[in-house]
Design a protein around this ligand. Structure first.
Ligand code: GLA
Length: 354
């Protein structure tokens, strides 16, 4: 991909700035990131590239290589409910920060699938904020950009996500995992052992985070935290842990997922550092059971894919991302990966490798 060329072909002049960001897959730690818990995402090889230049007209002109048309929206336009909102939200944030104001021509090229749970939106927002910070000659940090990117999702898009995706796409590179403590944003970038084969397989069922089910789980976690009188469900003291038993369902089950998932993620991080594939894989399997049964965020098609993934030889497999469709992530020895993927895709005609 040569971003400069795509921009020149579209707009007839070179861009002022280019920037990029990868997609991510979450290895373990689901819905812990807005509950003060641990997460362990990894960067994908797939990336989004943006190129931009200021323009005089008070217009944002957007070209994505995925679509034929040029899209024009007025600077500062409110959310309207399509994918260009992510670009508009990021540019509004950049203007608010004084990094890049006024009209912009924007070219986007990406091989990160959207609606798959691999953070195409976090990658787009992050790449635009990176470009905008360069355009404004601002010295900033990856963590600051991640916080701004999350604010775009929370405030402009109205998606109450945590900060995992923005930190992952901002701080991890392909082949690395980000062990992040979302209670204080401390982190460790870990090498994924080279003989671990990690596959991300799309179920063929598209998911939309903004469709309300993610928000419903977010609100149940908030209700559980209120019941237990804590701000962070993943950081309960003994009394609060005991009080969990008295919570009505489904709040009790939701909290149980989040609390146990946090612990699994800490153990999995140690297992990765110790190159202990079997332990890591077993934790992934427990994570899926908890995500499916206690958090009730899986679907029959995903459960089926996870079961088959294990039946044909994966050591670990689980639904990854916000839930309700999208992708599974599986772990198997690298030497068996390709044959295993071929067999799984053979059995599931709607599934595809990300
Ligand atoms: C989405 C959100 C993240 C996180 C995951 C679930 O990816 O954007 O903040 O909550 O779902 O782990």
């Amino acid at each position: 991909m040569n971003q400069g060329n795509g921009f020149i072909e579209t707009f007839g002049r070179p861009p002022a700035i280019t920037a990029s960001a990868p997609g991510r897959v979450n290895l373990i730690g689901e819905h812990t990131d807005y509950n003060g818990g641990a997460v362990l995402p990894a960067a994908l090889q797939r990336r989004i590239q943006v190129a931009l230049a200021p323009q005089e007209a008070p217009t944002v002109t957007i070209k994505s290589t995925r679509f034929d048309d040029l899209i024009e929206r007025p600077v500062g336009d409110a959310k309207r409910g399509d994918w260009t909102d992510y670009a508009m939200g990021a540019l509004s944030k950049a203007a608010e920060l004084g990094w890049l104001e006024g009209g912009v021509k924007l070219h986007i090229e990406s091989d990160i699938p959207d609606g798959a749970g691999v953070s195409s939106s976090a990658a787009l927002i992050t790449a635009i904020l990176r470009a905008a910070s360069s355009a404004g000659h601002v010295t900033t940090t990856a963590v600051a950009i991640a916080k701004h990117a999350r604010a775009v999702e929370n405030d402009y898009i109205g998606m109450p996500c945590g900060i995992m995706d923005q930190m992952a796409v901002g701080l991890a590179d392909h082949g690395k995992a980000l062990a992040l403590d979302t209670s204080d944003l401390s982190y460790d970038v870990i090498d994924i052992p080279e003989d671990w084969g990690i596959a991300v397989i799309h179920s063929g069922v598209r998911r939309e985070l903004a469709d309300g089910r993610y928000k419903a789980r977010f609100e149940e976690c908030q209700a559980a935290a209120n019941f237990l009188k804590t701000e962070q469900l993943c950081q309960l003291n003994d009394a609060q842990r005991n009080a969990m038993a008295k919570m009505p369902d489904p709040l009790r089950k939701r909290a149980r997922h989040v609390v146990t998932e946090h612990k699994r993620t800490l153990k999995a991080t140690e297992a990765m550092k110790a190159d202990d594939l079997d332990t890591f894989a077993a934790l992934m399997n427990e994570s899926h059971r908890s995500y499916s049964q206690d958090f009730e965020a899986s679907t029959p098609a995903i459960d089926d894919l996870v079961n088959d993934a294990l039946n044909i030889g994966a050591k670990g497999a689980r639904l990854t991302g916000g839930g309700f469709g999208g992708c599974i992530v599986a772990l198997i020895e690298q030497s068996q990966l390709e044959d295993w993927i071929a067999e799984l895709l053979d059995r599931h005609e709607n599934a595809w490798r990300v």
